[in-house]
Design a protein around this ligand. Structure first.
Ligand SMILES: Nc1ncnc2c1ncn2[C@@H]1O[C@H](COP(=O)(O)OP(=O)(O)OP(=O)(O)O)[C@@H](O)[C@H]1O
Length: 406
């Protein structure tokens, strides 16, 4: 197991307001290992930014402990509060906060001079070296003397990153840094940001409401709802094995069905009564006794057949196509099965029409029982087999990102 770089333990932060105020962060705990890219993902208002700001020291917490690189920086008893500028962190926010009257070089050098005044003495040559190195890392070396406003959006984003990296922080905090970019640049910068983070090796806490960003960039994703972490796991697990209805529907699209558990199926599968018929499904142990359970099946995991699949294929049901949407790379069908409507996304070469009779197959490994609970805080799952880098497994060559166009 790697060293833990950041530990957040039972963090609470309440803002005063009407009635009882707002529990912005409601008992949040998580660990980020050295060099990891850890993402807090959730809808607007779920407490991501407040958590990040508490880690940065920009907010006083009501209770909870924050340990950075083995050193408590926030604690209630005995009281510890380390000021933001003494926490060894670099930050990049949604608005890059580039200083428009300075050159690219000056934008990176300025905080180092302030830094030198506050505690560590950095000589002019050391500042120059750090700035040059940071600008080269983000491939802005050639732009050092350019006025900062004369950079493109993607370049400004990289400048903000260089400024944070030049501080050589123990922890990099990124709050929705891509959300001001247009869609195609955002996609490019996603790869680029992750490449830089790996290259520099800096432990990173990232905040976003964008599930694709979270899934594609992170080693670990913590999904937040109402100030709590509801599930924390590797991206693949979050997507394939959501544990609550909220996670299943916030991270990607899914079909949800009411279920009643009627018995054991093959292996550790369960047999469920659903409006589509009896379904054999995977059911996490902690949901087995839960009355409020639902079945989640992702649209792309459903298979449609013109003829009945071979005898013994589990979870096959006759259905009728209600509508078809051609989406280019796939086709979306709404199919009625028993009392249930299912959305299916299949290869566009498979052509069914409205009112066609079809056979719908719900592969057991993709039928996942989820709870309907909200705001519980289950144990963070540390996966046994820990390849720890979804980025590589998705087959992206991190060094091939075309920077010139950014
Ligand atoms: N300074 C403040 N005073 C009062 N309430 C606040 C303050 N800052 C945040 N809140 C409230 O705390 C809750 C969590 O806010 P926070 O900004 O952490 O959420 P978020 O998940 O980062 O949302 P977003 O993605 O919209 O930034 C929200 O209900 C918000 O309205």
């Amino acid at each position: 197991m790697n060293d833990v770089s950041l530990s957040v333990i039972d963090l609470f932060k309440r803002y005063p307001g009407a009635d009882e105020g707002v529990n912005a962060v409601d008992g949040v705990s998580f660990d980020v290992e050295e060099g990891q890219f850890y993402t807090l993902l959730g809808p607007s208002g779920c407490g991501k930014t407040t958590t990040l700001r508490c880690v940065a020291g920009l907010e006083r917490t009501d209770s909870g402990t924050i340990v950075l690189g083995g050193r408590p920086v926030n604690q209630v008893t005995p009281k510890i509060f380390v000021r933001p500028e003494e926490r060894d962190i670099g930050m990049v926010f949604q608005s890059y906060a580039i200083w428009p009257h300075m050159t690219v070089f000056e934008n990176v050098a300025f905080p180092l001079r302030g830094f030198a005044r506050s505690r560590k003495h950095l000589r002019r040559t050391e500042i120059n070296e750090r700035v040059t190195k940071a600008l080269e890392t983000v491939q802005l070396g050639a732009f050092a003397e350019r006025p900062a406003p004369k950079l493109s959006g993607g370049q400004q984003q990289r400048l903000a990153l260089a400024r944070a990296l030049a501080l050589e922080p123990k922890l990099l905090l990124l709050d929705e840094p891509l959300s001001n970019l247009d869609a195609s640049l955002r996609e490019l910068m996603r790869t680029e940001l992750r490449r830089l983070q790996r290259q520099v090796g800096v432990t990173t806490l990232y905040v976003t409401h964008d599930q694709q960003e979270a899934l594609s960039m992170s080693n670990r994703v913590a999904v937040m709802e109402n100030g709590k972490i509801v599930q924390a796991a590797r991206p693949r697990e979050i997507y394939r094995r959501p544990i609550t209805k909220f996670v299943a529907s916030f991270v990607g699209r899914t079909n949800l069905m009411d279920v009643t558990i009627i018995g054991k199926g093959q292996g550790d599968h369960l047999r469920l009564d659903t409006p589509a018929g009896v379904v054999e499904a995977i059911c996490p142990a902690d949901i087995r006794d839960n009355d409020e359970a639902l079945l989640s099946v992702r649209p792309e995991n459903i298979q449609l057949h013109a003829a009945r699949p071979p005898e013994g294929t589990p979870n096959v049901y006759p259905g009728m196509v209600e509508y078809v949407l051609f989406l280019g790379e796939s086709c979306e069908y709404q199919v009625r099965v028993g009392h249930q409507q299912l959305i299916c996304r299949v290869n566009p070469d498979i052509v069914f029409r409205r009112r066609d009779d079809v056979f719908v197959e719900l592969p057991t490994e993709h039928c996942v029982v989820v709870s309907d609970e909200h705001g519980t805080t289950p144990e963070t799952r540390q996966d046994e087999e820990d390849d720890d880098d979804e980025f590589e497994t998705f087959g992206v060559d991190p060094l091939s990102a075309p920077l010139e166009s950014v």
